[in-house]
Design a protein around this ligand. Structure first.
Ligand code: GCO
Ligand code: MG
Length: 433
């Protein structure tokens, strides 16, 4: 990229030597790029802050890969910072493209998250410079608010039902239902079978395929029977059963008309989508583990999924996700960006701005921010009647109080990081998440 030399008077366009027609009135440069680690809800979050030479002009982005947070921080602080200091922060696309190839090797969760942190921070910064919320930079609102779903889960069907009723009473229209499988580890959470006499890194959790696959259709029958046809039901298989069993389960769930079934296959098994599609019309959402376009482009272009569900920071940030959304639009695939506790509130705000602006928005996984998160991140998206609302402040409209954030340091307790590699089938075989 052509970089214009610094002008002596940055406010005077004629004083800026450069290409004819280039208006570089603000000779804005990146002065610092750094990762901030914090865990206000006990979950490690990684946020990137990009500072400039313009007083008060900085941006925030999400780079959360909670299981390997310190590695992402090192990629930001030790590699992206030296690459980016001195560059023009408004050349967002060029910074994305050049950062992406700057390490030669690319397309992994660590480097993509690091790039995402910078990328979102640059969009935030551009919005602040323009005095506009990011959704307006993306083309403006396609909807007033963002329809969301919440997680109803429990040890029994009755507990799931009660949790779902609670959400309906708060105005939600969509709930994801998950139930504990007796004798197996709790879905997605560590430590259930923790025996203190065994070192943490050697404790295993048991996972069983068939009892799970038998239980879920019965859960759907229970909830439909009690809550009726209006409520939209979702479920996350979380890649944890053999592909052919996942196909059977999707067929078994079809009569209950789910809104979508999430992640039926591991990313290594996406070849099974062709077979799944021939067997059932149950709507499919896929993608939180995807890093690389080769994983998802064929699924979209061959119309094998209905919702793209990537973790926006894992694929490289807002710049990349909006392109994904645009490609999906041409194949009538809708968005359902990943939105669990291990997306920072900054990442949730970025999701919401995208959700407002893309025509083919589907649904948004949401969470209620805790009091500590609301304090550390002033300006979190607000949930009302089951909808997320963005605030109308410039950029993503969200800040990070670093002093407060430092009171919630991340710890290096390995139980969460190691959990995923310690789930085994009853015979001892490792279970892929
Ligand atoms: C979801 C998820 C998450 C993941 C978590 C892993 O759909 O929300 O599957 O809960 O398990 O993000 O770190
Ligand atoms: Mg999931």
């Amino acid at each position: 990229m052509a970089e214009s030399p610094a002008s002596s008077d940055p406010k005077d366009p004629s004083a800026t030597p450069g290409l004819p027609g280039v208006d570089d009135r603000l000779d804005t440069r990146i002065t610092d790029v750094r990762a901030i680690l914090t865990a206000p809800d006990g979950i490690r979050l990684v946020v990137v802050r990009v500072d400039t030479n313009q007083p008060g002009l900085y941006g925030l982005g999400c780079a959360t890969f909670t299981q390997r947070a310190r590695v992402v921080a090192s990629a930001v602080d030790e590699y992206l910072k030296p690459f980016l200091v001195g560059k023009n922060p408004f050349e967002i696309e060029d910074i994305w493209q050049s950062s992406f190839v700057s390490s030669y090797w690319r397309n992994g969760p660590v480097l993509n998250n690091a790039i995402s942190g910078v990328d979102m921070a640059l969009w935030d910064l551009l919005g602040k410079q323009a005095g506009l919320p990011v959704y307006r930079l993306l083309g403006g609102k396609c909807r007033e608010a963002v329809d969301t779903y919440r997680h109803a889960s429990g040890e029994t069907f009755e507990e799931v039902e009660e949790s779902a009723r609670g959400f309906l009473a708060e105005g939600y229209r969509n709930v994801r239902i998950q139930v504990t499988v007796p004798g197996a580890s709790t879905y997605g959470s560590p430590g259930g079978g923790g025996d203190a006499s065994i070192p943490e890194n050697q404790r295993t959790e048991t996972w069983t395929h068939k009892p799970y696959a038998r239980l879920i259709p019965r859960l759907f029958a229970h909830i439909r029977d009690r809550l009726g046809d209006e409520v939209e039901l979702l479920h996350d298989i979380h890649e944890r059963i053999p592909p052919i069993l996942a196909i059977q389960l999707c067929k078994d769930l079809e009569p209950f008309r789910p809104f979508f079934i999430e992640d039926p296959f591991a990313p290594e098994d996406v070849g099974y989508f062709q077979h799944l599609r021939q067997q059932t019309s149950v709507p499919i959402a896929m993608g939180e583990l995807f890093n690389n376009p080769n994983e998802w482009v064929p699924l979209v272009s061959e119309r094998l999924i209905d919702f793209i569900r990537v973790h926006v920071s894992q694929v490289g940030g807002l710049t990349y996700a909006r392109k994904m959304a645009a490609l999906c639009e041409f194949f009538a695939v809708r968005t359902a960006w990943h939105g669990p506790g291990d997306v920072s509130p900054v990442g949730h705000a970025a999701n919401v701005h995208l959700d407002l602006a893309v025509p083919n928005f589907g649904i948004q996984e949401a969470r209620e921010f805790t009091a500590a998160e609301l304090d550390v991140f002033p300006g979190c998206p607000q949930l009302r009647d089951g909808y997320y609302f963005a605030n109308e402040q410039p950029g993503f409209g969200i800040d990070l109080d670093e002093e407060l954030a430092s009171r919630f340091p991340v710890d290096d307790d390995p139980s969460f990081d190691l959990f995923w590699g310690n789930v085994r089938n009853p015979d001892g075989t490792i279970q892929k998440p």
